[in-house]
Write a new protein. Structure first.
Length: 417
């Protein structure tokens, strides 16, 4: 209720279980229960919000004026669905608590979700439901005042590895060359040494261009740097490398820099704390934001770990290989831990586009998908967040073209604001 009214609609709300207090109130008021008292603004409640813990809830998705919804009410209810229970189900990620098949990285697969199975993953349904609630309230209480919700756009730049070829050291450079030769990637070997001998720029070194673009088009941009130890999925430059540290500092002078938690930090709060400490020491600023390497998110344990490591904002809630709204919303929300039945301090910022998901589309289709999701978020005044990496913007191999794509789509939406 607080999220819907205070954070999404921008109005304060009070609660009471006393009938006399409810009747005595002169302003707009709502009953949320099984039966209406009289002829008030009533929403018939589903049992979900009155339960403790979690169970395998049966959900039947229906259509509410061409928008998916569930938990139907009755004719006496002001809206045809219990959108409070439905919103809670999606925002709490209720379905991720019940047993499910995980992928190779221990992640919840998009295709297991209710939204994917019922074709509403690309629709911010929670935001649309709340808009319809607002309209219903205004019809009943024309004197009610709702402030205008702010729409925002955010570009996230992942930096899992600052350079493709540079600053890797002699051993890694030779080892990479041998591997490329063994795999008959002769073009990559040539590219590597052209970079190492300063003939061509490193394909992942896009930082100056990104910072220039950010400034020119006033685009809010966050950079997430990986500073963890070298591992199977964490192959960045050593944090002891002077050039790498100077790069992070220089980016932090012009943009917000935060932590990409390493693959090996998964389930290890001590490692999370150490990586956060490393980045703080480099940029000499507090670190409150975090993204998880390859979106390794297991609820609620992962978010508990982030809170224990003193993070207050997460930018992981989304799918890597599927565009859309994992939590059904494009509005940031405080994570609610179903296992403890409590709201945490962790503010979750939903991601709707990841560059890995765009790879599965052709160039024109990828642009169409990008703009479609942007317009969907703009229509409900949400927070549009898209993730690209410095690597995906390189001009080498399968990565070719993403830099141009990034500049083209963000230039268009920034100039249309």
């Amino acid at each position: 209720m607080k999220h819907v009214f205070t954070h999404m609609l921008g109005v304060e709300v009070k609660f009471t279980t006393k009938v006399e207090d409810f009747i005595a109130h002169s302003g707009p008021k709502i009953t949320y229960c099984k039966q209406a008292l009289q002829n008030e603004f009533h929403i018939k409640s589903n049992d979900l919000l009155f339960q403790q813990g979690f169970d395998d809830v049966e959900v039947s998705v229906q259509q509410w004026d061409e928008v998916a919804c569930f938990f139907p009410t009755n004719d006496k209810s002001a809206v045809p669905y219990d959108i409070f229970a439905a919103s809670f189900y999606l925002l709490s990620r209720y379905e991720e608590y019940v047993p499910h098949v995980k992928d190779m990285h221990g992640r919840y697969p998009a295709k297991e979700s209710l939204a994917f199975k019922n074709n509403f993953l690309e629709v911010p349904v929670v935001d649309i439901w709340v808009q319809r609630l607002k309209q219903a309230i205004l019809r009943r209480f024309p004197e009610a005042v709702f402030p205008k919700k702010e729409f925002s756009t955010l570009s996230i730049i992942d930096v899992p590895c600052a350079y493709t070829f540079k600053k890797k050291g002699v051993v890694r450079s030779i080892g990479g060359s041998i591997t490329d030769l063994f795999n008959l990637k002769f073009g990559r070997v040539l590219e590597r040494y052209k970079v190492l001998f300063n003939i061509t720029p490193d394909p992942s070194d896009n930082f100056e261009k990104l910072l220039w673009f950010k400034k020119k088009y006033n685009l809010d941009t966050l950079f997430f740097f990986l500073v963890g130890d070298y591992g199977s999925f964490d192959k960045n430059i050593s944090i002891n490398n002077k050039s790498f540290r100077e790069l992070i500092k220089s980016v932090a002078d012009y943009s917000v820099v935060s932590l990409m938690a390493s693959y090996d930090s998964f389930g290890n709060v001590d490692v999370l704390r150490e990586e956060r400490k490393r980045l703080i020491e480099i940029i000499n600023r507090p670190i409150k934001r975090v993204r998880l390497r390859l979106a390794r998110l297991e609820l609620p344990e992962t978010y508990k770990g982030l809170v224990d490591a003193d993070f207050t904002e997460d930018y992981t809630m989304g799918y890597v290989r599927q565009v859309g709204f994992r939590a059904g919303t494009c509005t940031p929300f405080k994570f609610y831990d179903l296992s403890l039945e409590m709201q945490t301090i962790l503010k979750v910022h939903p991601i709707c586009i990841h560059d890995d998901a765009l790879r599965d589309y052709g160039k024109d289709k990828a642009e169409a998908v990008f703009y479609k999701l942007y317009e969907a978020v703009k229509a409900v005044r949400g927070e549009f967040i898209a993730v690209f990496s410095n690597e995906s913007m390189g001009n080498y191999g399968n990565e070719r073209g993403f830099r141009k794509f990034y500049f083209k789509v963000f230039k268009k939406i920034c100039t249309e604001k």
